[in-house]
Write a protein that binds this ligand. Structure first.
Ligand code: ATP
Ligand code: MG
Length: 264
């Protein structure tokens, strides 16, 4: 049985608790430009989907629409059984979405640990009297240290972010996304600019993500992306071109023509 599918028309039933994400006809226009057109898919809980496609295909736009950073011009987005199409970004984050960015979003002059603590606290629903509690054994700090350990940066907590390598910064971004305990993680080109050795570290980190975590991954590195996911959506010029398992996508002539064949 396929664990995920692209649906052509009808949305999932209301209150479907088995799905992490359901997109139905999601469309985004920028003036006269159709950046995304009629994207529909179902991502089950725990499902892992790569979104691929040439530059300008609409991948990041799709993430922005899912995270709530930007509203869809048309279509509906359901998150864990709930229609969030008109729900804002922070409220979607509270429902379990975390995201890393194509362009890094770190505080370069702060310490590695402080970046993760800020991420943890920024998402907390608890009232805040201080930016973070004084002391280094509060719940945020402990959780932040746990995440740094998970991504392999346990020894770097006291270092400035600016002193990390590019690969370590991407690991840090993943720690910052994970620290809030997301149910759906969106990673936008996590391997961009990484060396071969850094890619290996990242791959291991992504392979060891929590089991039930649902994942959407934008990645140009096919050898990385297709080994980490169970399904792949290929976009081209904002239009869904192909959907299938990694093997189906590798063998798909349309994908090869517009994407794989064009890249190194
Ligand atoms: N805020 C915006 N205003 C106007 N046009 C935009 C905006 N954001 C994206 N676009 C356009 O929408 C299209 C899709 O862009 P998007 O960034 O989603 O592509 P992408 O698949 O992420 O590309 P890349 O692989 O280069 O990151 C492009 O033509 C882009 O120029
Ligand atoms: Mg992009």
């Amino acid at each position: 049985m396929s664990s995920a599918s692209v649906v052509s028309s009808s949305p999932a039933p209301v209150g479907d608790e088995e799905t992490a994400l359901v997109l139905d006809g999601v469309t985004r226009r920028f003036g006269g430009l159709m950046a995304l057109s009629g994207v529909s898919l179902i991502l089950p809980r725990g499902g892992r989907l790569a979104v691929i496609g040439p530059n300008g295909a609409g991948k990041t736009t799709l993430f922005r629409l899912i995270s709530g950073e930007m509203r869809a011009s048309d279509g509906t987005i359901r998150l864990f059984g709930e229609d969030v199409s008109r729900v804002g970004e922070r409220a979607r984050a509270r429902r379990g979405i975390a995201r890393t960015f194509q362009v890094s979003n770190l505080f370069a002059d702060l310490s590695v640990l402080d970046n993760v603590r800020i991420a943890a606290q920024a998402r907390s629903s608890r009232p805040r009297r201080f930016w973070w509690p004084i002391g280094d054994r509060d719940a945020y700090t402990l959780r932040a240290r746990e995440m740094l350990d998970r991504v392999g940066l346990a020894q770097r907590g006291g270092d400035r972010v600016a002193d990390l390598s590019h690969g370590e910064q991407r690991q840090l971004e993943i720690a910052m996304a994970l620290v809030v305990g997301p149910r759906l993680l969106l990673l936008d080109e996590p391997a961009a600019g990484l060396s071969a050795a850094e890619r290996k570290v990242l791959r291991r980190l992504l392979e060891e993500l929590p089991e039930g975590l649902s994942l959407l991954l934008i990645e140009h590195d096919m050898s990385l992306a297709l080994e980490l996911v169970d399904h792949v959506l290929c976009l081209d010029n904002g239009v869904p071109l192909a959907y299938g398992t990694p093997d189906e996508i590798r063998a798909n002539p349309a994908v090869q023509a517009v994407y794989l064949g064009r890249r190194d």
